[in-house]
Design a protein around this ligand. Sequence first.
Ligand code: NOJ
Length: 731
Amino acid sequence: MLSVLAVACSQGDPIEKRIDDLLAQMTLEEKIGQLNQVTAYATEGMCNEAAAGTIGSILNLVDPVEINKIQRAAVEESRLGIPLVFARDVIHGFHTIFPIPLGQAASFDPALVEEGARFAANEAVASGVRWTFSPMVDISRDSRWGRIAESFGEDPYLTGELAVAMLRGYQENEKPLAACAKHFVGYGASEGGLDYAPIHITERELRNYYLPPFEALLKAGCMTLMPSFNDNDGIPNAGNKFLLGDVLRGEWGWDGCIVSDWGSVGGMIAHGFAADAKEASKRALTAGTDVDMMSYAYINNLKGLVESGELKESVIDESVRNILRLKFRLGLFENPYVEEENYQAAFYTPEALESARKAAVESAVLLKNDNKTLPLKAAKGERVLIAGPMADAPHDQMGTWVFDGQKEHTVTPLKAMKELYGDKVRFGYSDILTYSREECASLELAAFTAQAATYDAVVLFLGEEAILSGEAHTLVNLDLQGSQSALLKAARRSGTPVIAVVMAGRALSVGKDLENMDALIWSFHPGTMGGPALSQLIFGNEVPSGKLPITFPVAAGQEPIYYNAHFPERPASGSEVLLADIPLEAGQTSLGCTAYWLDAGFGPLYPFGYGLSYTTFEYSAPTTDKESYAKDDTIQVSFTLTNKGAVEATEVVQIYVRDVAGSTSRPQKELKAFERVTLKAGESRQVTISLPVERMAFWNLDMEKVVEPGEFYLWASGNSASGEKISFWVK
Ligand code: NOJ
């Protein structure tokens, strides 16, 4: 096992000596070549470039034979024999596809996230890929933004914990897969949820909410980092000296490699931040962006900039050090090649498939279950009608960012239900909607109602096609697409119990659909093994335990909506008048002047952290071991958790804190700890959670990271909107 912790401190490291030796022998052209990253193209061309030393890394090549061929040109034919590193976006699995990161976040299970990343790394490394552009740790509060699918959601603490787990899975292996902390920083806050759009986030806001997961990742040894496409306060992130230099290299002392996002050195021209590629290259490199992914800006301009005296060669040297360090740390100088025989044996192993199934189980969130509709009984003669666009959508259930997972390996719910329960249950299937945007006629809906009336239950698999979320896929309307709401109504009219399972890359505004379903399971695109996982949840062989990693809005117009917001000056009481009840010609201030939505009410559809089970859990009021703490103390929070139902189940217990008054406004609540606790039916257990006081630190009025003395509220609860409040004090 490699210790990733060793990565952050390089002084006295023999690798540094080897970098110095190599650098002393390199020509300017060879140095610039190391900073040039290209996507795969014709093999012969890549071999020629590798031999000439004009490329340092290649992305999007996954065939070991090809990889070895080009690597041989680099190692055996180039003057200094510096190996290439091959990169790929391995985001939630390589061949075996795990739930999208937003789904993995719903598991609140770092160990499972780590395990999934390790399977992904095994499969990718077997193919010759040694660098992935993951984990993405953009704090994402807005479901209009399609890339929320790739995130761990809205909470900095949860994101940091899961990202570090994912990092371990990628990097802590015999042959590490280098991870990449992206997109640095604030990308998820793009205005209007529009991808690539500007952001305007203050330094304090960055430091309190957006930077912490990056800091956690880099301090845990993440080998690389990618600045985001967007600009913040007029500075594109790939050209932000303060963030890339002062914060990341200076304050955090990180010595990894910074790779631009695709074309984003050249993208500075689009931002109006550089007149041409030459100026863009200079601004990006001097800010700290080491490697130019797909702008060809460095390779075409850095030499001229050095020769004209506009750029010091020593600036280039620093960046070359960073990419060489990555190659040394990956062991590529000793071991540049990949096994060509039988590498596919690493794909879709039974262990990886089981891990993907488990991840899909844990990432499903039960949002509604009236009259204990779920689980269904797998009893002889039961008749269950399956329908909906995601019931048999092997491509779409894998979700966004899947380059290598093959749909032939996907097990859909339709297939799994029949395989697992077909010996008892009589399944029917309707293909009334075959993709999420499809519209159908009222005659077809009427026929569906008649068909559904002859069954004991209707299970509708709804949601979004994979292409509707992910990069560049912004929506302003978060309703179910096509005729899916109409299908729910048609099912409801049959009088048969209706179970909805939504597979999506984001939260959708399904509030108005709830009356047409008895039960609702949210499954953020669940990946290869989504079918068995969901079938087992529906029939009770598994018990839901997932919790929402994002706040669900009533309507898209509430976005961005998130639980850890600051208070508005005039919070609503919850009894204010809503749109339909406003008297005609009501006086301007007669409604009370508080913060609520006239047409959407007082809050979200479902709060952060929410999720039901097939049992109910009861929490006693929490206690702390003392009333008052010093800043370096650790608080012991205790409470009794009781499983009140008849099945063994797991509860994600969550500890929230509010700093009652600070030198700046403080969030309404912040998640400070969580733990998965499994209890047998009827079991009670005392749960004790350690909470270091330093977790209450924030960047205060003086821009210092401190725990400010005073009163804090604390809740131990199963979601962010409930629980009994207690107080503790920090001296
Ligand atoms: C663009 C995306 O923003 C980034 O996340 C990805 O890693 C690169 N393209 C490389 O494909």
